[in-house]
Design a protein around this ligand. Sequence first.
Ligand SMILES: Cc1ncc(COP(=O)(O)O)c(C=O)c1O
Length: 379
Amino acid sequence: MTPGTALVGGRGMLGGMTATPDDAYSPGSHLLPHVHALPRYVPGARPEEGRRVVKLSSNEMPHPALPGVAEAAAAATTAAGRYPDMAAVDLVGALAERHGVEPDAILVGGGSTAVLETILRATCTAGDEVVAAWRSFEAYPIAVRITGAELVTVPVDDQGRHRLEAMIERITDRTRVMLLCSPNNPTGPALSRTELVAALDRIPRRVLVLLDEAYIDFVTADDPTDGSSLLADHPNLVVLRTFSKAYSLAGLRVGYALGHPELMGGMRAAATPFGVSAPAQAAAVAALAQQDEVRRRVAEVVAERDRLVSGLRERGIDVPDAQGNFVWLPLGERTADFATAAAAAGLLVRPFAPEGVRITAAEPADTDAVLALAEEFLA
Ligand SMILES: Cc1ncc(COP(=O)(O)O)c(C=O)c1O
């Protein structure tokens, strides 16, 4: 026992040291101060038992698992007593083929959020800075601050776009990572390839650029970004992808990063061993083989997203360009009231009070319900 260690049970003196009295002990005191201060991740609201509601609060696909996926996952479950393949050879092989990279350029994990955490843990510590746009994905502040690093945020512009120039200006000697989200959750716009390439050319190579492309499959804008095509020219770029969105696999938790093999090798050392379960690996491989169906489903959701954007704009809401599977309603002070009205109408949306509401694009009937709600709310 080291001096100063609290003695649970407070039995008084031990080996000449005085134990902390019980009443001064708090289990939370084991946590570091910056962990105490972490913001809490707020998941999208879930339906209450027995009530028919539509969940449009977590940017999930409305479809069931892709064909063959449930069977592949179930088959892998029969060997549940065994650890999964730690190197996820089949999954990594399929991803390497898909992206035209070597397997050692890939790091898989239990969702892209877990991969992001691994990368930040391997690259940042107390005293470092990470530059990111805000508002953006709410997991970022937690994932950054848990490393002890400071999150330096640059507000998005009034159309929800990253202000890349302003972000580059915030780079200091302490900056280790620049975190980009394209399309940006929750505001919607995507970076163009032209602006990303221009930014990459200006960001010093000592800064790791982490490009989160969770929603890339839904992008329909001209000049789209595909970070994977820029890796060869930019060894300080890492691209994050997920199976949770277009591949309808949010519940099984699989994501990955693409980057320079030397970098990814170190990241793998920092990753949680066996971080992707065998059913999740098998499901992801099966999902990757369903490209036609993935594209069909994505097109359905994109059509609903676009219908939401134009319908909401027609009703006077200044919805920014939406390139993911969701739309952003910058309702300001009316945010909480809108979410309450939506819940009363059986629609679960994601409020970020007092900024705005994010609504997932899903089925045609859901679009109709959202538009009807907006009409009523604004009346
Ligand atoms: C921008 C962004 N990145 C990553 C994720 C999470 O992905 P995963 O389910 O792979 O952890 C989300 C989920 O909402 C997201 O919005």
